[in-house]
Design a binder for this molecule. Structure first.
Ligand code: DGL
Length: 334
């Protein structure tokens, strides 16, 4: 086993693409091969034995691709199969866990956990609750239809909003939400909008990525410096068109992250400007570019307004983006 081998990641379908994104952000030097088992999705309504069999078939395929570790980017498969899979293969197998712990820590009232029926019913989740002292604040919301929607009708925005609302209408507004199914990451903005952005949303992706990084490091399997060959991210899925769809979703996640950051920038402009990021002219461009206190403008419109050529503006905006996002990452402004 050596560090140059790829990391294998799988899920019942599209949900795990969000885990690939987080892992790639954290470890951009690592090559990844992802298998979405969309032909057998959803897992959450099947028996644990069936989920184990499907997971094993996917892991066999990943092992034959020569991966150095496997990430089960699926809470359901982790609950049903992780322990047994670990007994079968000689490489680290990292699972997922609904982010109940951080959600309880960050809130005082109820924590609503959206996941598949299997995740919420299985022993792993019961053990997790039993290990937490505040677990009586946890409310479970099995949401099987949301998995199918993400898997097959992600572009049907109205239907998605309606179905999400049907699930959430059944509960008083919680203090925090946990996305205990990787498919639901793609519904994050819809769920946030349902509560007008008042309810913080937690997921287990970062925890899983950290766990993977730790285990690779412990075994000397982590790539620590840039390689001659650039890292690759490969999406495999036997359902026609789904490998391409996974790639498109992977790209979309970068846009989603940027949109979230922009929202934070807009909400916290005062604090951000207080950090002394810009001179007067750049501050004006910044406000137009991010739509702070005004409509957002595109680069052409800003160029006209500020009497600056697009050629000069482009690198300035790129530097601005970088500066803003790096500052947001480094400084606890929010
Ligand atoms: N994405 C999966 C999870 O995290 C499960 C979806 C399913 O296939 O039911 O639980």
């Amino acid at each position: 086993m050596d560090s140059h081998q790829k990391i294998g990641i799988f899920d019942s379908g599209l949900g795990g693409v969000s885990v690939v994104y987080t892992i790639h952000q954290m470890m951009p030097l690592e090559s990844i091969v992802y298998i979405g088992d969309s032909v057998n999705a959803p897992y959450g309504t099947k028996s644990p034995e069936a989920v184990f069999e499907h997971s094993k078939a996917v892991c066999d395929r990943l092992v034959s691709e020569g991966v150095k570790a496997i990430v089960i980017a699926c809470n359901t498969a982790t609950s049903a199969a992780a322990e047994r899979l670990r007994g079968l293969y000689d490489i680290p197998i990292i699972g997922m866990e609904p982010a109940v712990k951080p959600a309880l820590k960050a809130s005082e009232g109820t924590v609503l956990v959206l996941a598949t029926e299997m995740t919420l019913r299985e022993k792993k989740f019961q053990n997790l609750l039993a290990s937490l002292k505040d677990s009586e604040r946890v409310v479970k919301c099995p949401a099987p239809d949301l998995v199918t929607l993400v898997e097959t009708q992600l572009s049907e925005k109205r239907l998605i909003r309606k179905t999400v609302a049907q699930y959430l209408d059944a509960f008083p507004e919680p203090d925090a939400i946990v996305l205990g199914c990787t498919h639901f990451i793609f519904l994050k903005q819809v769920i946030a909008a349902y509560y007008d952005g008042r309810v913080p949303i937690f997921d287990g992706n970062l925890g899983t990525a950290r766990q993977l990084q730790k285990q690779l490091k412990q075994r000397n399997l982590l790539i620590e410096s840039p390689q001659k060959m650039p890292a690759t991210v490969t999406f495999l899925n036997e359902k026609p068109g789904y490998a391409e769809l996974s790639e498109a979703l992977f790209e979309e996640l970068a846009d989603m992250e940027k949109a979230e950051q922009i929202q934070k920038v807009q909400e916290n402009l005062g604090k951000l400007l207080g950090v002394g990021l810009f001179d007067e002219k750049s501050e004006k461009i910044f406000k137009l570019y991010y739509g702070v206190g005004t409509e957002r403008m595109d680069i052409q419109a800003i160029s006209k307004e500020m009497k600056l050529s697009v050629k000069k503006l482009q690198p300035l905006l790129e530097r601005m983006d970088k500066k803003v996002f790096n500052t947001l990452k480094k400084q606890p402004l929010f």
